[in-house]
Design a binder for this molecule. Structure first.
Ligand SMILES: N[C@@H](CCC(=O)N[C@@H](CS)C(=O)NCC(=O)O)C(=O)O
Length: 209
């Protein structure tokens, strides 16, 4: 099984799940800085030209959340719960995350951090103000939900935690006001105790180039 990744937020999720579940994976590093994600060989694996992607025999997958489901399902882990209603709840939070929470956290991370890394100019104050308004709206929803809970869905860790937490390790560089959301902070501190979450990147990998 090959997992194509770059050291960026979306591949963080399946890399952490693969490490957490100790799945024997052949990692392939895609160098975004060198534009390897736009090379024809990689576009034949993920036509979107984005990381992550996964190949397992005849199966070829893209989208970080789908890859997490695949990894957890294939290894029989309850990170992807057995119960259909729990699965629906996991999907609810992962879709919510893509559409709202990590979407606006990611906009802030891009403006406040990543633009500087890739030399894309100064942060745009109007974009930051707009993204911050939405981030606060949806962080409020998550903070309320996490009252009295240790996990996003049910009583144990699921891929919903790995998905919704994507920008939490990056909160300082993204300028996310986590101090205003004590339940999210508590949950994030707990996620940070997982070595697979804090150190998701493989020591051994092949390269595309
Ligand atoms: N919805 C996709 C998003 C993938 C994505 O945006 N990946 C970023 C890295 S975090 C990427 O490859 N960016 C390169 C580009 O867009 O040129 C997923 O969840 O897998």
């Amino acid at each position: 099984m090959k997992l194509y990744y770059s050291e960026t937020p979306n591949p963080h999720k399946p890399c952490a799940v693969a490490k957490y579940l100790q799945i024997p994976v052949d990692y392939v590093r895609v160098d975004l800085g060198r534009g390897e994600h736009k090379h024809p060989a990689y576009l034949s694996i993920n036509p979107n030209g984005k990381t992550p992607a996964l190949e397992d025999g005849d199966i070829s997958l893209w989208e970080a959340h789908a890859i997490m489901v695949y990894l957890a399902h294939k290894s029989g882990s309850d990170l992807w719960p057995e119960d259909a209603l729990d699965q629906i709840e996991v999907m609810k939070w992962l879709n919510w995350d893509t559409a709202h929470f990590s979407r606006h956290a990611g906009r802030l991370w891009f403006q406040n951090f990543f633009k500087g890394v890739i030399g894309a100019g100064e942060p745009d104050p109007a974009e930051i103000e707009d993204a911050m308004g939405f981030f606060r709206q949806f962080a409020g929803v998550l903070d309320d939900h996490m009252k009295g809970r240790d996990h996003v869905v049910g009583d144990s860790l699921t891929i919903a935690d790995f998905g919704v937490a994507t920008f939490m390790p990056r909160w300082k560089e993204a300028g996310l006001p986590l101090e205003d959301y004590p339940q999210i902070s508590r949950w994030h501190d707990r996620m940070a105790t997982l070595d697979a979450w804090t150190n998701p990147w493989p020591a051994n990998y092949a390269t595309l180039g």
